[in-house]
Design a protein around this ligand. Structure first.
Ligand SMILES: C[S@@+](CC[C@H](N)C(=O)[O-])C[C@H]1O[C@@H](n2cnc3c(N)ncnc32)[C@H](O)[C@@H]1O
Length: 504
């Protein structure tokens, strides 16, 4: 579902601009283009994210705001979503700082100075829900994490203070957690719940999710409003995302499996399905794929959080995978090594034991996996398709039985290579596609053809080789595990120039 969603986004990206509003309305849409940026980065689509961020600079109104899909008014909601995208790209595109400040300043200047209530759109705009009134102002909460993040990134406390004041306003003045209200459509209601989580109001979000849970059908479906028989596609994906983030994988899985059946061959989703469906029922909407990406990434992280107990933090020196590492990495004394998708850190711990002066960083998408890794190893909670390290940060990078879970494999290799210093070694250990069926696998898991992965590595400027290796008690290679290793050419170009994040 995730790869198809990405395919849809690419198909409906306007040349050198942003994403279209819908499959039938092919003009670039600032709001969705903005919040797609972090989603695209999280799946390794760096070039597209950059294109979007750059196009948004040219689309910004003189006053700093962004317009909606149907008019040219400046909207706080839409502007906030662009801020989200620019925050995520600022490391790579420092020139976004000025437009970013302008956008944040516009939100603050047009808000109520005393309460922090954001600019309310005029009636008869796209906020109208016909007989149901208007979209809840509570969705403005979905702007505040972006402002708060900008405050932190730019070290500008006025944005953070404003976000906190505005949060208080909405907590006290907007009904946020009652799904039975007539204007509470899943799409908008889920914006509010996700924002509450991001703003640290977990109890309130939980209250909201309990309220909507009552309406979930045994099929997984959740009606778009509490009193209709039809469902809203993006609302379902958004609610799944919030349930995953709250650790309720059961409800989330069931919502996503229900939704999966409706994905069109294009990878897109109509806005709604079912009897009397009235939310873009015959147009594929650009905001559904965004939340499909977020929900599936969260599903995978949750899976590892919930199964962390099954993984080991130690490994025998006789294990064929350890032997392969020792063979290909050489002496790590005073070297920087990254263990990407480290799990409980069994390889990092082993290597630190062998080379106490090595600087080892262990990165994983699952916080639960990282929590017991010893302090001598630096841990980073992050996905490996968009790592928070500058280009060329590490002398060696290892990735063991993790690439098989990242879905976007070529982007994974590109990112692992990006953070590798010229002359540095990348070692990947994973399973052989030809042996699939030998072990139980997760539905998203991919095993690799030896030569195909080797070619990806070569395409990324690595001088690479591969060999079959042993594992566990299997001392002689039996074809299940493959080790690929490659050296990055001296003077190799970087893939995302200008990354100025914190060093490892
Ligand atoms: C099978 S475990 C292997 C862990 C470790 N490398 C080992 O061999 O013990 C896979 C690990 O990859 C992590 N992972 C999955 N997708 C990831 C992603 N996109 N970015 C970073 N880590 C990821 C999981 O959380 C999990 O800890």
């Amino acid at each position: 579902m995730l790869e198809k969603a990405i395919k849809w986004i690419k198909t409906y990206t306007i040349s050198n601009q942003g994403v279209a509003v819908t499959s039938k309305r092919q003009i670039s849409y600032p709001e969705v283009t903005g919040y797609l940026i972090p989603a695209l980065l999280s799946v390794g689509e760096h070039d597209l994210a950059r294109q979007y961020a750059e196009w948004l600079v040219s689309a910004q109104k003189q006053d700093g705001s962004f317009y909606g899909a149907g008019d040219h008014c400046g909207y706080a909601f839409d502007t906030g979503q662009v801020i989200k995208g620019w925050n995520a790209m600022l490391d790579r595109l420092p020139r976004l700082e000025m437009p970013l400040r302008k956008a944040c300043d516009w939100i603050m200047e047009t808000a109520d100075a005393t309460t922090g209530r954001l600019l309310v759109p005029r009636t008869n705009t796209s906020w109208s829900l016909g007989r149901r009134g208007e979209v809840s102002e509570g969705i403005h909460l979905y702007v505040l994490p972006a402002l708060r993040d900008t405050g932190e990134i730019l070290n500008e406390p006025k944005y953070t203070r404003f976000a906190n004041r505005s949060l208080d306003y909405y907590l006290n003045n907007s009904p946020l957690a009652d799904f039975s209200q007539s204007n509470a459509m899943t799409h908008f209601f889920a914006y509010i719940q996700e924002a509450l989580l991001e703003l640290g109001c977990d109890d309130k979000a939980l209250e909201g999710m309990v309220s909507v849970s009552e309406y979930q059908q045994p099929t997984g479906a959740i009606p778009a409003y509490s009193d209709v028989p039809w469902v809203c596609s993006t609302g379902m994906a958004q609610l799944a995302l919030v349930w995953y983030r709250l650790g309720d994988s059961g409800r989330a899985d069931s919502a996503l499996s229900f939704l999966e059946k409706f994905q069109n061959p294009s990878g897109g989703f109509f806005g709604s399905y079912g009897v009397q469906a009235e939310y873009f029922p015959s147009e594929e909407i650009s905001w559904a794929p965004k939340f499909i990406i977020d929900a599936i990434q969260q599903k995978i992280a949750n899976h590892f959080d919930q199964t962390a107990d099954h993984y080991r933090s130690d490994i025998a020196i006789s294990d064929g995978r350890v032997q392969a590492l020792l063979r290909h990495l050489g002496d790590l004394t005073d070297k920087n090594l990254l263990d990407a998708g480290c799990g409980k850190g069994r390889y990092s711990i082993f290597l630190k034991h062998c080379f106490p002066n090595a600087n080892i960083t262990a990165l994983d998408i699952s916080l639960e996996m990282l929590k017991d890794i010893p302090n001598a190893i630096k841990t980073v909670h992050h996905g490996l398709l968009n790592m928070p390290f500058p280009d060329h940060s590490f002398d060696s990078v290892i990735c063991i039985e993790a690439l098989e879970h990242v879905i976007q494999i070529e982007q994974g290799i590109q990112e692992l290579t990006r953070v590798l210093a010229p002359g540095g070694k990348l070692v990947i250990i994973d399973k052989n596609h030809e042996k699939k069926g030998k072990l139980g696998v997760e539905p998203w898991e991919k095993w690799f053809e030896k030569d195909a992965l080797l070619q990806f590595m070569k395409n990324n400027g690595l001088d690479a080789l591969a060999e079959f290796i042993g594992y566990d008690q299997v001392l002689q290679p039996d074809g299940l595990f493959i080790c690929w290793w490659g050296t990055k050419a001296q003077g190799a170009s970087t893939f995302t120039q200008g990354f100025r994040g914190q060093g490892a």
